[in-house]
Ligand binder design. Structure first.
Ligand code: ADP
Ligand code: MG
Length: 584
């Protein structure tokens, strides 16, 4: 084929593809425009997951009627005038592409009125063809309606995910901007139902509650650190609050949500030794720096940025987070353990030689290849699966550990981890016995209504079959609310709301629920929540029953998440510690 210039509609569709990939991209661009216009209120309405309608209204500065036609042209912007400005960007937009892109793949209508005028104007664009600007009555500010997204690019439509997934992306996106701009009132309605509403009172923790639920939001630790060129504020989760994925580590640079693997890694590093492998913190961290320190013009969607001095930034994030964590947990078990291994006086065999602590990691790995305890693995960890010891109960210590004696020394059993293991194996056995049918459920005398934050609620919708297989009978009951009618028989003692929350908080975005592993993982989560907590004094019978149950397990040495259930102090270790060894 000879070389020729592409027809302009084709060229603009290609360009649009870079910026507008899915309904959430439209929401992103329109919300950014509203925020750049100084809005104090942004209302978003979504129909059919954004395929039929995305509408964003604001009370910002508006677009003069004389500029409306230009606003929908490509490379037309009021936010930038020279190349030098590119390194002084203080607005979210600057490329002048969004409205043109949206106009070329949808039916777009913009109605706008400057606050100081009493009449506004409207322009309509369909498939890239702009109509004439017409006068229009309108409230002060701008209302943008985007209908029939991708109606003229059917190939794009095929790449969209399920409605539920697209809606979730929109929820997540709007929540992010709401977090970044807590003094702006956001209202998001999806299919006519409220999905997010913020008050605009500047309280970020309240917005976190919409994201994580009230308890988690309350538990988040505050981060504050600043020097003359960098300010870090926001929230990170305590080590007890984690996810199985990195997606809830949110970073904002000059209030722009950004994705940056190195920043996530820096934050995860701050938790070094505090979290299990495969677990990640939640965070919403806001980095403020002079605009020349960051290049935002790296990517059409502006989701990635480049830092002038990344090293300095990462270590600052790490230090700020570490400080918040240490303030919260002055002495942390694993760290202390590590230090002791290296630091015990009089050890000849080097690090850890005196402490033959059996973390039973090999067993954990053999059981479930994905779960291993983090970093603190002592070098001499056992490498072959061990048979369960035969133990005699001695008692309970610190309302958290069972103390037991075996032929080869002393065992400390973590009651919570042990109970987790016991419940897990019982549930898995029941599942196997049912031949893959549903686990027995226990009907609640009174169905419990459970409300979840919008993101979680969406995850749960459409998973009722999976829940039924696990013994949960759940049905929808109004927006964000569910009725729990039965819970798995083994978990009958647990609060239905707590059980349900555990299920959703870790649901993976693309999890295909009816897979055996996913079920096992969900069962493991539920057991964790249902297991007896540290801090509860157990009666002698309870202690004995727990120990017996544990020893009957197929993998008694680790909890379903791979942490050790027991620590072994061998006679050998005891003798050395008491200085009896050398004497003989
Ligand atoms: P950019 O945001 O990169 O400048 P857009 O295509 O998103 O490019 O918007 C083009 C221009 O239209 C903006 O520079 C701005 O002047 C104007 N504009 C768009 N949306 C709004 C809005 N909600 N309120 C006021 N002005 C707007
Ligand atoms: Mg823009």
């Amino acid at each position: 084929m000879p070389i020729r210039l592409l027809p302009s509609e084709v060229a603009s569709q290609i360009a649009a593809g870079e910026v507008i990939e899915r309904p959430a991209s439209v929401v992103k661009e329109l919300v950014e425009n509203a925020l750049d216009a100084g809005a104090s209120q942004v209302s978003i309405a979504i129909e059919a997951a954004g395929r039929v309608l995305v509408e964003v209204g604001d009370d910002g500065g508006g677009i003069p009627a004389t500029e409306l036609a230009l606003a929908v042209e490509r490379h037309a912007t009021s936010k930038l005038s020279s190349a030098a400005d590119l390194f002084q960007i203080r607005t979210l937009g600057f490329r002048g592409e969004a409205l043109a892109s949206i106009g070329s793949v949808s039916r777009l209508a913009i109605t706008s009125r400057l606050p100081e005028l009493d009449r506004g104007a409207r322009i309509v664009v369909a498939g890239g063809q702009a109509g004439a600007v017409q006068p229009a009555g309108a409230p002060a500010g701008t209302l943008v309606r985007v209908e029939d997204l991708f109606y003229n690019v059917p190939a794009r439509l095929k790449f969209l995910k399920s409605d539920a997934a697209e809606r979730r992306q929109i929820d997540a996106l709007v929540t992010r901007y709401a977090l970044a701009y807590p003094q702006v009132r956001f209202q998001l309605r999806q299919e006519g139902r409220p999905a997010l509403q913020t008050s605009g009172d500047g309280n970020r923790r309240a917005i976190l509650a919409a994201l994580y639920g009230v308890d988690a939001a309350r538990a988040m630790l505050e981060v504050i650190a600043a020097d003359e060129r960098l300010e870090i504020t926001g929230f990170i989760s305590p080590p007890s609050l984690t996810r199985s994925h990195r997606r809830e580590m949110l970073f904002f640079v000059n209030r722009r949500p950004v994705q940056d693997a190195a920043l996530s890694a820096a934050l995860a590093q701050a938790y070094h030794t505090l979290l299990m492998v495969g677990r990640y913190p939640l965070a919403a961290l806001f980095l403020e720096m002079p605009p020349e320190e960051v290049d935002v013009n790296v990517h059409p969607t502006k989701a990635e940025v480049r830092f002038r001095d990344p090293q300095r930034l990462f270590s600052a994030v790490q230090r700020a987070a570490r400080r918040a964590l240490l303030a919260h947990t002055p002495v942390q078990g694993l760290e202390l353990g590590e230090r002791r291994w290296e630091g015990l006086p009089g050890e000849r065999g080097g690090a850890g030689a005196a402490w033959q602590v059996d973390w039973a990691m090999a067993q954990a790995e053999a059981d479930q290849p994905q779960a291993q305890p983090q970093a603190a693995a002592p070098p001499q960890a056992a490498v072959t699966p061990l048979p369960p010891p035969i133990l005699r109960l001695v008692g309970q210590a610190a309302s958290a550990y069972l103390v037991a004696e075996g032929p080869d020394g002393l065992y400390l059993v973590d009651q919570h981890a042990a109970h987790e293991r016991v419940l897990f194996e019982k549930m898995m056995a029941q599942r196997a016995a049912s031949g893959g049918e549903a686990l027995p459920g226990q009907a609640l005398l009174q169905a419990a209504a459970v409300s979840l934050p919008p993101g979680s609620a969406r995850l749960l919708e459409g998973q009722f079959d999976l829940l039924a297989r696990l013994g949960f009978q759940v049905e929808a009951f109004g927006p964000g609310t569910f009725l729990v009618r039965s819970v798995p028989a083994l978990l009958a003692a647990m609060e239905p709301a707590a059980a349900l929350q555990v299920l959703v908080e870790d649901f993976e975005e693309d999890e295909t629920p009816l897979q055996a592993q996913v079920e096992a993982r969900i069962i493991a989560r539920v057991c964790k929540r249902a297991a007896v907590k540290a801090g509860r004094a157990l009666s002698a019978e309870e202690q004995r029953a727990l120990l017996d149950d544990l020893l009957r397990c197929a993998s008694p040495r680790t909890c379903p998440h791979g942490r050790p259930t027991m620590i072994h102090l061998s006679i050998d270790v005891l003798e050395r510690q008491f200085g009896r060894r050398g004497a003989r």
